[in-house]
Write a protein that binds this ligand. Structure first.
Ligand code: T1G
Length: 653
């Protein structure tokens, strides 16, 4: 058995046939913490000095090579050696250093691998420099070494987008030199031994072919357009595009840019979102609760939402039994689901075997009893209380007592639905966002009676569906729609007080929303909200300010883009300010004797943000939302709130 040398709490090594195999073991993702950097530094010094050592292999323990620099260290005083120090030692070593990528090599992890003299990857490896998703640029050589290996255009595309590349693409791009189908370490040791007779190939010494403006534009324009309002992607493009400079100059510029961005509000906001996503599924009291095993999902209602849920479920490997009311509806649902699978096949998201496998685990029926094998049934039928209660009562007769019933309702009270079933404790809400096979956000509604194991199962299924689960209590509209209603109300108050729809929309787009509220409203259609307002009219609190402008628009048949007119006019489909709407707004102001005033974009933005945050505070006080980060996740992932602003609760803090 080879003797293990310990260099730090997280870094140890064994010498095997003259090769020092250094392993980083820093759960959960082998982040390059101070202890990791210290251990690597010591291991490199040892390898340099040891006569019997001819080469070095660096690898990670577990399923990750290195998940990146330790984000939790950001904002704390730097501890020597820094990651660039360690990376410089790797590249300068007189003996070959080979990276054995046993899993994800991201951020600083890939930067460390790029400084190695050779890179071998297991098939499961993923590589990427996702720093821009944290509002920063790579800070340990990524913008300078990656283009030296794969060229400026390809490096710009990967770094400015922050996307992840799988092993095969990494090989074809030239990021890794070899894929190891069998034993990664044994293969790497063999390669290391072959490399001991040749001078190390130092990435930093490779030349970079400067890319012309047209190439840079082609590689970056779409990405920068999408990253509107964010600084990091543009800085990443600048650094990669100028990587033909001497390495030391480029590294200095990169490090200074990284440090400046790391301490920015934008980066703090994106780190907040990163950690909030991981906190959201940690629900107090569920730590030791076992979720139910779930393999078969029933989906009732195979319309737009139900078929989207079915596609997400099939992609996660669940067997799906779809139920609809009539043979025709069931067949239409089946065709809609298969059509979406075919789109995935055509786009390359699915290969033929994947398509066939997913299609083979899908059945549809009109017979309730066919849902008997289901472990969990999700209803996505017409959003009417009687319809849903009737369905759950029918299902009570055919499913097992432990089968979970989930309602996808957006606005109805799931407690009322649960109360009508035989086992309310096994009912919860799973509020998907449309299109359900695309949108990550999933509000997991904890009803009054929902049992802990049922909630734990809902969270586990949500994660398996690759959703971002956020637990909410029962309130009208749960977290997202309650906040949406609050800032829609604020926007309508602003209309009465003197602003116009396009001014409010411009303020929201200025802030970073992809679309203004009234433009979104017109796209979604005004009639559903109108119907809800009419239902609520009898019980509306007369002391509460109520704006009738939207009612006037609906009464005039202005139901949104589909009807050709809404908050805007749509001559030849183009959204246009409509003087008729302005006149309707002015008439409503006169009725209430309001003297209109103008509002700056900044003021509009602040009032809208304040309305969201105030409603968020109420949700926390009522125990509907467990933490501010949950609210931020819902607004960023379901309502277009710009992630680089961190969500309404972060932005107001
Ligand atoms: N630093 C600190 N903690 C991290 C971390 C990191 N880089 N990555 C993950 N964690 C924590 C996470 O908060 C969670 O904690 C646990 O690990 C499991 O994470 C110089 C400066 C690697 C693909 O952006 O993409 O390098 O909740 O649930 O699903 O240029 O984590 O258990 O307490 O996500 O298996 C760049 C971020 C950093 C990659 C694993 N790297 N991480 O996914 O686990 S900046 C990234 C991920 C940088 C350099 C710059 C994923 C993963 P807890 P998880 P997973």
């Amino acid at each position: 058995m080879n003797e293990v040398t310990t260099f730090s709490a997280t870094v140890s090594a064994t010498a095997r046939n003259g090769i020092l195999v250094v392993a980083i073991d820093n759960p959960p993702v082998n982040a390059t913490s101070a202890d990791v950097r210290l251990g690597l530094s010591r291991a490199l010094a040892h390898a340099e000095a040891a006569i019997g050592i001819k080469g070095v292999v660096i690898t990670g323990a577990g399923k990750t090579f290195i998940g990146g620099a330790d984000i939790r260290e950001f904002g704390k005083p730097a501890i020597e050696p820094t990651l660039p120090d360690v990376i410089e030692k790797i590249e300068a070593l007189s003996k070959p250093v080979i990276a054995a990528l046993n899993g994800a090599a991201l951020g600083g992890g890939l930067e460390l691998a790029l400084a190695c003299h050779y890179r071998i990857a297991s098939p499961a490896t993923q590589v990427g420099l996702p720093e821009v998703k944290l509002g920063i640029v790579p800070g340990a050589g990524g913008t300078q070494r990656l283009p030296r290996l794969i060229g400026v255009p390809a490096a710009i595309e990967l770094i400015a987008s922050g996307r992840i590349a799988k092993a095969k693409e990494a090989l074809s791009l030239g990021i890794v030199d070899e894929l190891a189908e069998g034993d990664l370490i044994a293969t790497t040791i063999k390669s290391a031994q072959k490399l001991t007779d040749t001078p190390p190939r130092r990435t930093g010494e490779l030349a970079v072919a400067p890319a012309g403006p047209a190439e840079i534009e082609k590689a970056s324009s779409k990405i920068l357009a999408k990253a509107r309002g964010q600084k990091a992607p543009a800085e990443a493009v600048r650094l990669v595009a100028s990587s033909h400079r001497p390495l030391a100059e480029g590294l200095a510029d990169e490090r200074a840019t990284f440090l400046a961005l790391r301490d920015s509000r934008e980066a703090a906001a994106l780190r907040h979102i990163f950690f909030a996503e991981r906190e959201a599924s940690k629900v107090a009291g569920l730590e030791n609760v076992e979720p139910h095993p779930v393999t078969t999902l029933g989906i009732c209602g195979l319309g737009l939402m139900g078929s989207g849920i079915a596609v997400a479920a099939l992609a996660a490997g669940y067997t799906v039994i779809g139920l609809d009311q009539t043979q025709q509806a069931a067949e239409k649902g089946y065709e809609r689901i298969v059509g979406l699978l075919e789109r995935n096949l055509a786009s390359g998201r699915l290969d033929q075997s994947g398509f066939d496998a997913q299609k083979s685990i899908l059945v549809v029926t009109t017979t309730d009893a066919d849902l008997a094998p289901c472990d969990l049934v999700i209803e996505a039928v017409f959003d009417d209380l009687t319809v849903k209660i009737d369905l759950f009562r029918r299902l009570d007769k055919v499913i097992r007592p432990d089968t979970i019933l989930a309602t996808n309702t957006s606005y109805l009270n799931p407690d009322e639905i649960a109360a009508a079933t035989a086992h309310p404790e096994r009912v919860l809400g799973l509020h998907f966002f449309s299109p359900a096979h695309v949108m990550r956000l999933l509000e997991v509604v904890r009803c009054k009676e929902t049992a802990p194991d049922v909630l734990a199962t809902g969270l586990t299924v949500a994660k398996k569906l690759k959703k971002l689960p956020v637990v909410t209590g029962v309130t009208e509209g749960f977290i997202g729609n309650r906040i949406f209603s609050a800032y829609r109300r604020e926007a309508e108050f602003l209309l009465e007080d003197g602003a116009l729809p396009h001014e409010i929309d411009a303020a929201l787009e200025d802030y970073g929303f992809p679309m203004g509220l009234f433009a979104v409203y017109d796209m979604a259609g005004l009639e559903i909200a109108w119907a809800r307002r009419k239902r609520q009219a009898a019980t509306r609190d007369p002391s509460q300010r109520y704006v009738e402008i939207a009612d006037r628009l609906c009464e005039a048949g202005r139901l949104g883009q589909k009807s050709g007119r809404g908050w805007y006019a749509y001559p030849d489909g183009k959204r246009t300010i409509d003087p008729e709407v302005t006149a309707i707004i002015e008439a409503e102001r006169e009725k209430k004797h309001i003297t209109p005033r103008s509002f700056s974009r900044e003021e509009i933005g602040q009032r809208m943000l304040q309305a969201m945050a105030t409603e968020g505070e109420a949700l926390l006080a009522e125990g509907i939302a467990a933490r501010p980060g949950d609210i931020d996740l819902v607004m960023v992932n379901g309502y277009g709130f710009p992630a680089h602003k961190g969500g309404p609760m972060f932005a107001r803090s």
